[in-house]
Design a protein around this ligand. Structure first.
Ligand code: NAP
Length: 324
């Protein structure tokens, strides 16, 4: 069977974790990597046994043997790098958030569709066993009618105006970097909110270092979500229903344990281990889509990425977060 040849552009933290998991895939080869720094590309290629290195992202994209590009650059470059990849006829897996706003995401989706190329946002947490289990439990209506979703994601990042976390030019702020995970959970479980309330605290660089969100849904369900780069928080997820609740244990977005707590019953615990860094499941989903000539994933369709960024845009508006 044909193996999918992957290229990676931007060799930072997540690219390393991703490369590790490609080596676990039977359907994929990490064929080429590109960095702005040739020495970094060389060291990376030696670590993960990569055949080709480039010191220019565009030169990698010109390589005819690459099937798909994984874009692991800071948020503000996702649009530019995805569009450049499409121009060279490459399928794209782009890190989250797919773009900086709904306009960028709309244009990316349009371009991928026009060229009949695959596009997906790198929400790898959608594909891990715990998320599949959660979806199965919710489909069984095990906790009754859902009344609310509660999730937090916070880690303490010391203030550095140049870092990706705080630098506005790199798309800094907690909302886009980690707030996206609680929001994705709410979208998965409850859909698109009818009303959004949000408050934030801004860092000196005018990006949010704390964001609290309250979503209200047409069926009266609620979501209470938080993200912050000021403190380490529990990083837990809860789904409350009329018959009990489901807990996604720390770190909820890539949980290895889920527990179901039904009123008046013993808790039921599911241990859901995953292989490698957990990114393998996302990689296999993409491999299968490409092998089957699908231009989007059924599990993480482009409509989900569009809905996600639209919700984020609404939160940005409420908290006065502006990247223009
Ligand atoms: N899915 C996840 O779990 C997860 C986790 C972490 C991050 N992410 C996402 O992945 C993206 C990268 O995050 P990261 O934590 O890997 O960041 P990082 O360690 O800072 O790496 C980003 C890489 O982008 C490249 N780059 C290109 N232009 C750049 C510029 N002007 N400034 C800085 N870097 C530039 C650099 O690679 P070269 O110098 O090699 O070209 C750099 O190493 C972000 O969008 C983030 O949201 C996802």
């Amino acid at each position: 069977m044909k193996k999918i040849n992957w290229g990676i552009i931007g060799l930072g933290k997540i690219a390393n974790r991703f490369a590790n998991d490609i080596t676990l895939s039977k359907n994929a080869i990490l064929y080429a990597v590109a960095s702005r720094d040739r020495d970094r590309a060389k060291a990376f290629s030696q670590k993960y046994n990569v055949a080709k290195i480039f010191d220019s992202y565009e030169e990698l994209l010109k390589d005819p043997d690459i099937d798909i590009v994984y874009i692991a650059t800071p948020h503000t470059f996702h649009f530019e790098h995805a569009m450049m990849s499409f121009k060279h006829g490459k399928h794209v897996l782009v890190e989250k958030p797919m773009g900086m706003n709904a306009e960028e995401v709309t244009a990316m989706i349009h371009e991928a569709k026009a060229r009949n190329l695959f596009l997906m946002e790198g929400i790898w947490t959608r594909f891990i066993p715990a998320t599949e289990k959660l979806i199965e439990l919710l489909a069984q209506n095990i906790i009754g009618d859902i009344i609310s979703v509660k999730a937090d994601f916070g880690f303490k990042a010391d203030f550095d105006p140049k870092s990706r976390i705080y630098n506005k030019n790199l798309g800094g702020g907690s909302l886009l970097d980690i707030g996206i995970y609680p929001i994705y959970l709410s979208l998965l479980v409850l859909g698109i909110p009818a009303d959004i309330k949000a408050i934030a605290r801004m860092a000196e660089t005018e990006v949010d270092s704390y964001c609290a969100m309250l979503f209200d849904y047409a069926n009266c369900a609620k979501a209470m979500l938080e993200s912050t780069t000021e403190a380490d928080t529990p990083i837990e997820g809860y789904i409350y229903g009329t018959k009990g609740y489901i807990k996604l244990h720390r770190r909820f977005h890539h949980a290895k344990t889920i527990s179901v707590h039904l009123s008046g019953k013993e808790e039921e615990i599911y241990h859901m281990e995953y292989q490698g860094e957990g990114l393998l499941y996302e990689i296999e989903e993409v491999n299968q889509c490409i092998l089957n000539n699908q231009t989007e994933s059924k599990k993480l369709p482009l409509s989900t990425s569009f809905n996600l960024i639209q919700i984020i845009d609404r939160v940005k508006e409420k908290i006065g977060l502006n990247y223009l």
